[in-house]
Design a protein. Structure first.
Lengths: 343, 343
């Protein structure tokens, strides 16, 4: 089985943006309201996009979450963020209900700068227990590029880690859009957030306090594999847990779009903690003239790495994802029972 | 000749820190005051540190600037920043005067958040024309991790670029310490600044407006070589100058401490725009158990790359540095005349 561990509903029908526009118009008196999108519109948005590409690229299942950049946790009050997050997650639930064999839900969290992550617990629980989602996206900087909240090692975040641990749910570190002109959302902010989150965790005691916590660093870990020697040195100088041990507490995805970068990722992180992901349709929606493939058609990059064994590939495409997301296994088993030919 | 293009005076005698402490005590009524450090103290601080290591590692010359993290542009008023920068640069000038064959000066700039980079012109000119420095360090985020100033592509920075161009001086993008608890100074802030500066320039028209401007991205370019496919895709999607062309407008140094990372850097950037540098003594002052060498003893990483030709090595160790810093050539010629045995 081939699982793509990182996809967003970037092709959501216009009704979602209309809802968001009304949030701006009514930001003084926020009400949750309703998203007007038909099932046919959902089907159409996916059949032309993600479902078609999953078929073409031989990918069986995708972990699917709301469009990350659109979450904009910096916009409006905590109440606005909550309404927007709820309707975005409800739309993902509809996708997963319409395509139970293709998409498994991952929720956004109703984060807001300066608001305790404890406030995200209720929505996380709803998505996991009522909708059957397997985890959430976690934005370490809800301010959108001004970095006003405490680092991930601070106890500020602990109520959320407790909830994740209690639910057996997984969090993927993933920024939303930046509102700081210093940054480009997909070109610098996303990658800075990945690398910064890694460093925040490296110098923290989060995994001592939550040994079963499962966290994913997206976009190939930002700079981590390339700058590994710097991190190794910092661990030694500060007498932290050795880098080689620490790195196996986290999961990384393959959303770098180049074979050599993937090889470095796999060498530094190891084949047990890397999960296949393409993040399509995401930040790199064009054809690479070097390969004549879409940049996010990145499974061939992995396929071309000659030193990976069949067992390694099974880990990267399937087993590591199931290990990173413990709630995924039973979902895939039920899927298998539905889709397998009866004997 | 072997040139190390990136070193800071991290071993400065205690007199410099005493000066800085007095700045805190008197921050309401700042006066420039005086740094009390003898020539013998300077010699001692270097003979035990950088000079000994340059000798041991076979490095002839180092570009030398004030300790980057110590500049703390976020601390105090613009006047405090100016005084601190001036005494720090004057100390580098004394180093270069005591060791004219080993160190070539690079200055810090008296930056301050919200203050026009135009205000740095005078000190840059003093260091270049009076002290014989070849360039400066440029901090894209004087706020120290809150990113409150405009991006490097904004005309906000143009007066400084004009001054650099007029002087034939070079700027190395390099952060100072962060005062934001979200970041670790050498573990995340430095690298975020490198990558962010690259992206700011990539989406700007800086090199159209200043075709002769020479900028260096330090620390191996942050994440740039590893995430090159993402940047390539962004260039294509936005119809910017192709990544492969843009990257040759910048210079990168080798302050990554691992052979594979250096190979990726050289493959992505090309052998014409990478300069040898160790940044010793800097962020990674310990022994790498993998190699039994100090992490910053990184010349052997380059030496071990088998596909580099002798001509490539000459570029990386010498010629690219002279091209990146046009004011360096004449200094090295005078040095050669002094140090060559007379025939």
């Amino acid at each position: 089985m081939i699982i793509d561990s990182h996809g967003h509903y970037t092709t959501a029908p216009p009704g979602l943006r209309i809802f968001r526009t009304l949030q701006i118009s009514n930001m003084g008196r926020p009400v949750k309201g309703k998203v007007n999108i038909s099932d046919d519109e959902i089907r159409s948005s996916l059949e032309k996009g993600q479902v078609r590409l999953l078929d073409e690229r031989g990918i069986d299942v995708m972990l699917f979450s709301p469009m990350a950049s659109a979450m904009g946790h910096h916009f409006g009050s905590a109440r606005i963020s909550r309404h927007w997050t709820e309707v975005s997650n409800e739309l993902i639930h509809r996708v997963c209900t319409l395509y139970p064999d293709r998409f498994v839900g991952v929720c956004a969290l109703p984060q807001s700068p300066g608001v305790s992550p404890r406030e995200c617990g209720e929505e996380l629980e709803r998505c996991v227990t009522e909708f059957g989602f397997v985890g959430c996206n976690l934005n370490p900087d809800p301010s959108g590029g001004y970095w006003t909240d405490p680092p991930l090692g601070d106890e500020w975040w602990y109520p959320l880690y407790e909830k994740l641990a209690a639910l057996g749910a997984t969090a993927m570190v993933h920024a939303s859009a930046t509102c700081n002109p210093a940054f480009h959302t997909t070109g610098s902010h996303y990658l800075n957030v990945d690398s910064t989150a890694f460093m925040q965790l490296l110098e923290s005691r989060v995994f001592k306090d939550f040994p079963t916590l499962r966290l994913v660093i997206s976009h190939g870990g930002g700079n981590v594999p390339y700058q590994a020697a710097r991190y190794r040195a910092l661990c030694l100088m500060n007498k932290w847990e050795p880098f080689e041990e620490f790195i196996t507490r986290l999961y990384f995805d393959t959303t770098v779009y180049d074979q050599e970068a993937m090889e470095l990722l796999l060498k530094v992180v190891g084949v047990d903690n890397v999960m296949f992901a393409s993040e399509m349709l995401g930040g790199v929606t064009t054809v690479d003239p070097k390969t004549s493939r879409w940049f996010d058609d990145n499974k061939p990059c992995l396929d071309a790495i000659s030193w990976l064994t069949e067992a390694d590939r099974k880990k990267i495409f399937e087993e590591n994802v199931v290990r990173a997301y413990p709630r995924l296994g039973p979902i895939l088993e039920r899927r298998l029972q539905r889709t397998s030919p009866r004997i």
